[in-house]
Each structure stands twice: as C-alpha cells, then as structure tokens.
Design a protein around this ligand. Sequence first.
Ligand code: ADP
Ligand code: MG
Length: 337
Amino acid sequence: MLIRNIGEFNLINRISANLGSPSRYVIAGIGDDSAVLHSSGNRLQLVTTDMLVEGVHFRASTASPFQIGWKSLAANISDIAAMGGEPTYAFVSIGLPKDTDVEFVDDIYSGMKEIAEQYSVDIVGGDTVSSPEIIINISLLGEVEPENCILRSGAEVGDAVFVTGDLGGSSAGLEILERKLPLDKKEKHLMPIPRVHEGRLLAKSGCVTAMIDISDGLASEIHHICKQSGTGAEIFMKYIPLSDNVPIVAEYTGKDPYHFALYGGEDYELLFTCKPEKVPYIREIFTINTDLTMIGNIVENDRSVCIRDLSDRLIMLNSGGYDHFSTEKRGKNGKDD
Ligand code: ADP
Ligand code: MG
C-alpha cells in the first residue's frame, strides 16, 4: 500500500496505533496540536514540532530568508496558542545544501529571532546537517496551567463554533505570489501572526470547550474537533469571515472565495467551541484587536459535519484540507509533493 492512497492523517493514525500507549501517563499525546505532559512545577508542559521543506512549504524565490525563518517558528507558536498556552523554548534543526550562502542562514535566523523576541521564546539548541533541499524542523516547548489547557476533544452538542480574525488570506496571498498577480496583501502568507494572546484570553475565560489552530483549512480543522469530540457540526458559509484579499484573488483566479477559507490553510487563526450560555460573555471580554466570529454550532455526531451554503442548502462538508500525501491536491506552494 502506498502512503498516497491512505493520506497524511491515516498515516499518522497508523503510526500512532503501531506505537501503542505511552509507558508513562500523558495528558494528550499524538492527535492534538501539542503534546500535554506533566511537569514538576504547577504548569503543564506543552511540546510541538513542525517541519518545513523547500518547494513544499516555501520557495526561496518567493519568500525572503527572514520571512522563512519567521513563518517556521510562527507555525509552531500557533500550535502552543491552540492549547491555551505560552511558548517558552525552541530547538531548531536545519538541513542545508552545501552551496547555501551563509548570509541566507543568518537571515533565516534573524526572522526567527524577531518572532522569538516578540513571543518571549528562547532558541536553546538544534542540529545542523547537509541536505539536498532546505529543511527546517522546529520543536517548541510551552506551558499552560492545568485549568487553562484546551484540547481538541472537549466540544459538546449545543456549543457555538467561533473563529478569530479572518480566513483565506494566506492561500490568497500564495496565489498572488505563484501567479505573480499585480496585487499586494501577501503578508498573511509570508509572515503569519500566531494568536497566543487570544488563545490565552480564551482559555482563561472558562468558556471554551475545544480549540485548534487553522493550519490546514477550516474544513479540515472542524473535522478534527468533531472527530475527537464525538460530535457533528453545522457551519454557516455566510458567516465565514473572509480576508480582504480573498474576493479580488478569487476574481483573478476564477475560484470560489470560500474555497480559500475552507481548504486553503496556513491562516493560523484559532477555531474554538464555546458553551452556548457563555456566548455573550466571550464577545464582551474579547476587546483586543482581533475579531471573533460565530460561524456555526456543534450538533449530534450522526448529523456529521455540514455546511449551509449561501443558498441555504445543507451539504456535507468535505474534510479536504491540506494533506501531504493526497494525489488530488497539490503542495502548499502549488507544486506536487
Ligand atoms: P498540526 O497541523 O496541528 O501541526 P499535525 O496534523 O501535523 O498537527 O499532527 C497531528 C498530530 O499527530 C500531532 O499530535 C502530531 O504530534 C502527531 N504526529 C504527526 N506526525 C507524526 C509522526 N510522524 N509520528 C508521531 N506523531 C506524529
Ligand atoms: Mg495545529
């Protein structure tokens, strides 16, 4: 059997099943945005890791090394934000072709250093190897108080579904870069802003039952929450907040604007569920510069994950977010993996 026939998520499930249960007690292992482990202090230890490969996640021709460095750490910080946590220490491993300019590496690290400083992350180790392509793997630690740790699995029937910010801006930005469209507004793709402050505020509110960051597209992430919570969901297309570059890029490319939000990925906004009686409270406390939008509800498992389209038809929502091994889809940079 080839991995392209089962896809990324089935492969991860298979790896997880083959590994079996961990020997020590873990609060959350494979399957959430970060692993949640006990620590000797009074906060839980969070650990996450992500790998970026040139030609799949970025191209040196369309992203500067500073932006590549920024984005590689941003993706990891976002996974800590999705747990309601704060990032702490990072390990950065890089694989580089021998003829890479030293200054290129300097610039990758200045991008990482910039975002690391903004989010109080210290880079404390890593590994350096020779490789045919540029590969960056970051492992990031974080911390969260036990009462503020939000898993993907806590959604309950009747909960409201919210997103922070707006969606589709990253994949629309990628289209601008790839097709060399005469438009600006590429920054959401090149230098995403992880939602740590928002994640902390949401987690501390006591209103949030499940949370995930949107790295693979809204459609994929709502399926993860529902699968792990044993629920279904109904999403309203008309409420999905589209980024400001989406309508114009949709026009240029002939694509449905909602396609960017549902299947685009790399927006690094937070998708979360909120107890229904707490909806007014969550709106009230959320006074910082990020919009919150209610986009649907959690429903019974047997109602599956559906979307009400703009004509008010209820249709099954295909999970089809970004899958690294799917044959039908193309790589994050438009290139076949
Ligand atoms: P995210 O998009 O939030 O970074 P992923 O889809 O990459 O999450 O991973 C989902 C879960 O599977 C995470 O808990 C991750 O740690 C785990 N995982 C992914 N790949 C592997 C692997 N090769 N071996 C073990 N666990 C993995
Ligand atoms: Mg994630």
